[in-house]
Design a protein around this ligand. Structure first.
Ligand SMILES: [Zn+2]
Length: 292
């Protein structure tokens, strides 16, 4: 079992799958010439040179704090109807549960599940199918959801997105009495708290961690690809509010640039975590060199 130590905290990753996404489908406003200067450093991990597709890990972070075991973002899940993505649709593999087991984690061990936002690849394992019903996968956990984020998916929906993931992966948690609806300044304790980072979704949050003067931040989908450090203005198609997301992305990069804070991304190539450094009037991502 490998982990990254931040003060008293141990951060681990549980990988469910690596998922390919079409480059220009994901960043629809980009052109071939936008990508040309970046191919040499994006390939092969972030951009597959054979298929020419972006490669996004789908993974959870698991954090042992001084007091709790916390799971952050719960990936894609099994048995979920996701007809637009064949490798997510009604899948039944045990990769995710095996990845957790390899970390020494049983579902009962998780005290908190926290979601940076409520997109389908960050909430899927919140629930699992049991006798035709969705039940909490982590039976002892309190699930921390932004109330505003939840209301957006419950009440409005969005033309780009289906309401189904909310119905199979969020609502059953509320009905089971395991959800804690919070504001985006919520703190679990002095080691774990939320940071408001809206735009990708209405109330997207980053999750900040600190212990003994060391710090890390889980950035969810503020960023999808390391190329966005150099081009924070590139808009991925799922961004809810593109202009707000752009401002949030740049402000986030500026805030953590040239600091010791370990930035743990959801979808950058493994190990997915590193530090933001300045590069001209933009940024660069330096991967954490520890093997974890
Ligand atoms: Zn995502």
């Amino acid at each position: 079992m490998s982990y990254c130590q931040i003060g008293n905290l141990q951060i681990m990753r549980a990988l469910e799958m690596i998922m390919p996404f079409g480059r220009q489908a994901f960043f629809p406003q980009t052109t071939e010439s936008d990508w040309a200067p970046h191919r040499h450093w994006l390939e092969p991990q972030a951009l597959d040179p054979v298929t020419d597709e972006l490669q996004f890990p789908m993974q959870s972070y698991v954090v042992h704090t001084s007091h709790h075991t916390i799971l952050i973002d719960s990936c894609v899940g099994n048995d979920k109807e996701r007809p637009n993505r064949s490798s997510w649709h009604m899948k039944t593999d045990d990769a995710y549960m095996r990845a957790l087991a390899a970390l020494g984690i049983a579902p009962e061990d998780i005290d908190f599940v926290m979601c940076t936002h409520l997109h389908t690849d960050h909430i899927g394992w919140n629930t699992r199918l049991e006798d035709g019903r969705w039940v909490p996968t982590f039976p002892n956990a309190r699930y921390i959801f932004s109330e505003r984020e939840m209301a957006a998916w419950r009440d409005v929906g969005h033309e780009k997105f289906s309401r189904v993931p909310y119905e199979d992966s969020v609502l059953p948690i509320v009905e089971a009495g395991r959800a804690e609806l919070v504001t985006n300044d919520y703190a679990v304790d002095d080691e774990v708290w939320l940071e408001s980072t809206p735009g990708h979704t209405p109330d997207h949050v980053a999750i900040s961690l600190a212990s003994n003067g060391a710090s890390a931040v889980m950035c969810g989908d503020i960023l999808h690809s390391p190329v966005q450090c150099l081009h924070p203005e590139w808009v991925p198609w799922p961004d809810w509010d593109a202009e707000l997301a752009k401002r949030t992305r740049r402000a986030f990069l500026e805030r953590y640039c040239d600091t010791d804070t370990l930035v743990c991304t959801a979808h950058f190539p493994l190990p997915s975590a590193g530090r933001v450094v300045r590069a001209g009037d933009a940024f660069r991502f330096e991967y954490d060199q520890r093997s974890w």
